[in-house]
Design a protein around this ligand. Structure first.
Ligand code: NAP
Length: 415
C-alpha cells in the first residue's frame, strides 16, 4: 500500500480488495473513503451516514459496519492543504476501490475546469451510471412516472467533453480552421470557435461492456445504444456499430439483437437473453415519455447521456433524488448528482435523497443488497407518510416539512 502524506487510516477497518477478474472482496468492516463536499455537503453527508449506518446494522444484525475514512476535496481541502484535490485523496480512492462524495464547488479561475471532471480523468472513471426510478408519492410532471425505470450509462471521457476546444479569434483556432479548409476540403467560417469530438473504439467498447455486464448482473432485459449516428456517422454512428460489435464478440451467448428477436423469435426475447437495440438520440427523448416501459439500460456517449439523465430524473420528480456513480476498471466513486446549493449550506434544510440513494447504489455494488433495499424502503416509507424536506413539501398536498436530519430519522424509522 502506498503511504499517505496527511491522511491517517484508523485501525478499525479493512481494505476492500480486488479478486480475480476485478471482482470486489468486501470484508465485514470495509474502509470506505468519503468526501463531505462543499455547501450543503456537510448537511447531506451527516444525514446520509445516519441512514447508511442504520441500514447496514439492521441488514446484517450488527455483524457488518463501514469504517468511514474522511478524505478531502474542494474548499475543505483547499483550506487545510492549499490544494483542491490532494494526491492523498486520489491515492485513497485508488487503494480502497469504493468511495462516495458530496457535491463540490467548481473553483473559479485557477486553471481547473471542474473537480468532478478531474476525478473522472485522473482515476479513469469512464462510465457514469445514473439509475432513474420513481418513488411513489413524489410529485412528477407526467401521468405515470412509475413506468420509467431505467439505468443510464453515460460515457465519461470522450465526445465533445474531451476538452479540445479553440476560442474564436485565437491563433490556435485559426490554425485548425486553415487546416480543415485548406487541407480537408471543409468550409468552416473563419470567425468560428472550434471543438473536437473524439469517440474511440477503446472508449466505446469498455463502456458498452460495463453496461451489458450490469444488465446481466441485475437481470435486466434490454440494453439500448443511444446515438445520433444518422448525422454524425463516424463518431456517434461508430459508437452504435462498435457497441453491437462488442456484444457479438463478448456476449454472443447472452445477448440477442432486436432484429433477431423479430426475425427469429416472433418478437419474444428468448428466456435468459438480453436484447440489444439502438435508438437515435432525439427519438429516445420521445420514447422515455411515450413508451417508458420498453427500456431498461440506456448506453450513451457523453453529451447525449448528460442531457438524457437529467431529463429522465425530471420525469420521475427531479434531481434532488437522483443518485449516480462514476465507475472505472478498479475504482467506483458514488456521488450526489446535484450541486452545492450554497444558499442552503449549514441550514439543515435540503433533501439528502440523492446522496443517500448513491449510497444504496454503492452497497449494491459491494454486494450488500439488503442494506441498499432498506435504504430505498426507508425513503419510500418517509415519502408515503409525507414527512419530506422543503423541496418536496412545496409540491405535495398535506405534507409535513422536515429538516434534513429529521428526514433521515423518518427514513430510519421506516426501514
Ligand atoms: P445546485 O447546487 O444543484 O442548486 C440549484 C438548485 O437546485 C438549488 O438552489 C435548489 O433549488 C435545488 N437543489 C439542489 N440540491 C438540492 C437538494 N439536495 N435538495 C433540495 N434542493 C436542491 O446547482 P448550482 O447552483 O448551479 O451550482 C452550485 C455549485 O455546485 C456550483 O459551483 C457548481 O459548479 C457546483 N455543482 C457541483 C456538482 C457536483 O459536485 N456533482 C454538480 C452540479 C453543480 P431551490 O432553490 O429552487 O430550492
Amino acid at each position: 500500500m502506498a503511504e499517505f502524506k496527511n491522511l491517517t487510516v484508523g485501525s478499525e477497518g479493512e481494505a476492500i480488495t480486488l479478486g480475480r477478474r476485478g471482482k470486489l472482496r468486501v470484508p465485514d468492516n470495509p474502509i470506505i473513503p468519503f468526501i463531505e463536499g462543499d455547501g450543503i455537503g456537510g448537511d447531506i453527508t451527516r444525514a446520509s451516514m445516519r441512514v447508511w449506518d442504520a441500514a447496514v446494522a439492521k441488514a446484517f444484525d450488527g455483524k457488518r459496519k463501514v469504517a468511514w475514512l474522511e478524505v478531502y476535496a474542494g474548499e475543505k481541502a483547499y483550506e487545510k492543504f492549499g490544494e483542491w484535490i490532494p494526491e492523498d485523496t486520489f491515492e485513497a480512492l485508488r487503494q480502497f476501490h469504493v468511495s462516495i462524495k458530496g457535491p463540490l464547488t467548481t473553483p473559479v479561475g485557477g486553471g481547473i475546469r471542474s473537480l468532478n471532471v478531474t476525478f473522472r480523468q485522473v482515476l479513469d472513471l469512464y462510465s457514469c451510471v445514473r439509475p432513474v426510478r420513481y418513488f411513489r408519492g413524489v410529485p412528477s410532471p407526467v401521468k405515470r412516472p412509475g413506468d420509467l425505470d431505467v439505468v443510464i450509462f453515460r460515457e465519461n471521457t470522450e465526445d465533445v467533453y474531451s476538452g479540445i476546444e479553440y476560442r474564436e479569434g485565437t491563433d490556435a483556432a485559426q490554425k485548425v480552421i486553415d487546416f480543415l479548409n485548406h487541407e480537408m476540403g471543409a468550409h468552416v467560417r473563419p470567425d468560428s470557435g472550434v471543438g473536437i469530438k473524439p469517440i474511440s473504439i477503446t472508449g466505446t467498447k469498455r463502456h458498452v461492456r460495463k453496461a451489458i455486464q450490469y444488465a446481466i448482473a441485475n437481470k435486466l432485459p434490454k440494453v439500448t445504444l443511444v446515438h445520433k449516428g444518422n448525422i454524425m456517422k463516424f463518431t456517434e454512428g461508430a459508437f452504435r456499430d462498435w457497441g453491437y460489435e462488442l456484444a457479438r464478440e463478448e456476449f454472443a451467448d447472452k445477448v440477442i439483437t432486436e432484429e433477431d428477436v423479430w426475425s427469429k423469435h416472433n418478437g419474444e426475447i428468448p428466456k435468459g437473453m438480453i436484447m440489444i437495440n439502438d435508438r437515435i438520440a432525439d427519438s429516445i427523448f420521445q420514447q422515455v415519455l411515450l413508451r417508458p416501459t420498453e427500456y431498461s439500460v440506456l448506453v450513451t456517449p457523453n453529451l447525449n447521456g448528460d442531457y438524457l439523465s437529467d431529463a429522465c430524473a425530471a420525469q420521475v420528480g427531479g434531481l434532488g433524488m437522483a443518485p449516480g456513480a462514476n465507475i472505472g476498471d478498479t475504482v467506483a466513486l458514488f456521488e450526489a448528482t446535484h450541486g452545492t446549493a450554497p444558499k442552503y449550506a449549514g441550514k439543515d434544510m435540503v433533501n439528502p435523497g440523492s446522496l443517500m440513494l448513491s449510497g444504496a447504489m454503492m452497497f449494491d455494488h459491494m454486494g450488500w443488497k439488503k442494506a441498499a433495499t432498506l435504504i430505498r424502503r426507508g425513503i419510500q416509507g418517509a415519502i408515503k407518510q409525507k414527512r419530506v424536506t422543503y423541496d418536496l413539501e412545496r409540491q405535495m398536498k398535506g405534507a409535513t416539512k422536515v429538516s434534513t436530519s429529521q428526514f433521515a430519522e423518518a427514513i430510519v424509522e421506516n426501514m
